[in-house]
Design a protein around this ligand. Sequence first.
Ligand code: GDP
Length: 454
Amino acid sequence: MSERTIAAIATPLGEGGISVIRISGDNAIDVAEKCFCTFSGEKLSNLGGYQAAYGKVVDNEKEALDDAVALVFRAPKSYTGENVVEISCHGGTVVARQVLRRVLECGATLATGGEFTKRAFLNGKLDLTKAESVMGLISARSDAAAKISRGAREGRISRDTEDILNKLLETAASLAAFADYPDEDIPNLNEENFAKLLDECYAKCEKLISTYDAGRIIREGINCAIVGKPNVGKSTLMNMLCGSDRSIVTNIAGTTRDVVETTVNVGDITLNLADTAGIHETDDTVEQFGVDRAKQKIDNAELLLAVFDSSLPLDDDDKKLLCSIRDKKCIVVLNKTDLTPVLNKNELNEFEIIEISAKSGSGYNTLCSAINHICKTAMLSPDDTILINERQRDCVNRALNAVSAARDALNMGMTLDAVGVCVDDAIAALLELTGKRVTNEVCDEIFKRFCVGK
Ligand code: GDP
């Protein structure tokens, strides 16, 4: 256990029903007892774990600061694994700060960002992947994003990693035994069996990495720009996706002179959506500024919705746009399908085309499915284990490369020692993933991104 008893406000600062001040450490109950008097007269130190008492938080003159409930957790059965007291007082910034100040006066020190969760990790309550999932849960912006973090919180990544680790450890032990007793006829100890185990590990690492990009899009959203020449219906499409009049719609070309940005949920994905000024040749300086910004958005976007008016033939501006988006992840949106079709779809053969009428809203579901499909989020199954940050992906990727090197070494007939070195590298990468073997620097780096109070 750590010597410092720490405290912080665990709920967001703002007006609300209650605020919770969390205290954790050896002396948490003593600290709370100095500033919290129960109405029943029972001492907090007499309460067992998971017991609560109603009372008041008092200042050093025994004047009441607020009525509150103190909930006691006894080590190791608490979030941090230490003694913990959570004081639930009235919500709002002033009261919560007063209570925290009083708790600090009574002997606690202010917790740093993520310190509660870091203690939970150091006390063996969580592995690193579960600890990281806590931050994912707090910052989730959609049901699907929360679900991914919940999966990690429940131990999906830990279980899959454990599974691969066990296989690698088995391989490492067998390699060592085989190297020591090459002439013994020990069952299952042969190169064919090593290769089989390594293949299984490779496939499992590959599977874990394969869902990462789609998972990232679900968690963080995707930067998506709506592009096209003026008047094709970009702003109307933006409004259709938002379900509100976010962009101004007129039939005067060039109305959207700058980029209009908003966030919308489409199926499982959050689109960080930008409606750009139409891209076309212009002599108007202000309009040119918007066109330049639109081009910048195209460069930075991870997904483009390129809009064309299906009631008109493709012109030079349309063709220039098509050339500039050829190598991008993009969906061609043929708008105004309520009008007589004129545009020749054969000229768009190489693109994925979705037909809509942004004005009437028809084609909305097809467009949403196409977005989920192109981002590969539609391919995710509810049972998939999804890595939740770049650190995790990097660890699994290193394990994958090391397993691949081990397979190559085996195939090339190199010594079993050489194969063993690669297997050890893979094991080290996975131990770093779950935090069983991790440096203090990496650990500090992970927890400093957490908010104070978590
Ligand atoms: P932007 O300049 O590309 O943003 O185009 P707007 O969204 O401002 O639309 C230009 C004009 O096209 C407006 O008069 C819209 O009402 C009209 N418009 C947009 N979508 C449709 C559609 O699906 N069908 C029809 N008939 N008109 C549309």
